[in-house]
Design a protein around this ligand. Structure first.
Ligand SMILES: [Zn+2]
Ligand SMILES: [Zn+2]
Length: 253
């Protein structure tokens, strides 16, 4: 690990008074950690306190991963901050009038948790170091939060792309729930997060119709295919157009 602790300026080494800092349990804990802790460059800190970045997420391209990690880190920070206030091992050698922990938010869901390592409670620092080390090995802080966001994004993309195939392929369509289920089961996790191609959307609607609850359904009206009176170009131009969009123009279902 790299511990580059500074006073006021990033990159400068922490000047640790020889008589006390080497024995400081937090400095030892950071020194022994597998993760890196650069100096925090934010100028909002009192210059007499030395802040190191303990864990930093997001700031990439504003992806679902960034959004999820940013939200998860913010929630963790709130828990750590509370735990530090209530900790009974808070260091006696540091001033406690302000929290030794801080979080900074920036563009693209960028979130950074930093701390004055000399003032944070060792029990709380241990929790943060544990999270930082896990995050360094596997850059996803909250798997279930990420999955929920991915599903939400995927569902929205399915709705958008279905509408582009044909405007009546919306939530009021009798086969909508089935088509979305087929799409989700088959493509979520295989598509880029939140992305589903038109080809897959069409395949999902066709599959939902062909493998309807008891027997194949008409993709235009949702009726059992055998009972559907048909959707002719003259009688039902919209239904005809919908079938053409899903099955191609040659098909005369
Ligand atoms: Zn900071
Ligand atoms: Zn029909």
């Amino acid at each position: 690990m790299t511990l580059a602790v500074g006073y006021a300026y990033p990159g400068t080494k922490l000047e640790i008074p020889a008589d006390w800092a080497p024995a400081h349990p937090n400095i030892s804990a950071l020194s022994e950690s597998r993760a890196d802790y650069p100096v925090c460059g934010h100028d909002s800190h009192y210059p007499e306190y030395r802040h190191v970045v303990l864990i930093s997420t997001g700031g990439g391209i504003g992806s679902i991963l960034d959004a999820s990690n940013g939200a998860a880190l913010t929630a963790l920070y709130e828990a750590w901050e509370l735990a530090d206030r209530e900790a009974d091992d808070a260091p006696a050698w540091g001033p406690r009038e302000s929290s030794p922990l801080a979080i900074h938010h920036g563009f693209y869901d960028h979130a950074t948790v930093c701390a004055d390592p000399l003032r944070v409670a060792p029990s709380v620092l241990a929790l943060i170091i544990d999270a930082a080390e896990r995050y360094a090995e596997y850059p996803l802080l909250d798997e279930s939060d990420y999955s929920a966001r991915e599903l939400e994004e995927f569902t929205q993309c399915f709705a958008d792309e279905s509408f582009r195939v044909h405007p009546s392929l919306d939530e009021s369509h009798p086969l909508y729930a089935d088509a979305l289920r087929v799409a989700t089961e088959n493509y979520l996790g295989y598509s880029d997060a939140g992305y589903i191609s038109r080809q897959h959307v069409i395949a999902s609607w066709v599959d939902a119709a062909d493998s309807g609850a008891d027997s194949p359904r008409c993709a235009a009206c949702g009726d059992v295919a055998d009972y559907c009176a048909g959707h002719g170009e003259i009688g039902d131009p919209s239904g005809h157009e919908l079938l053409a969009a899903l099955y191609g123009d040659e098909d005369d279902q």
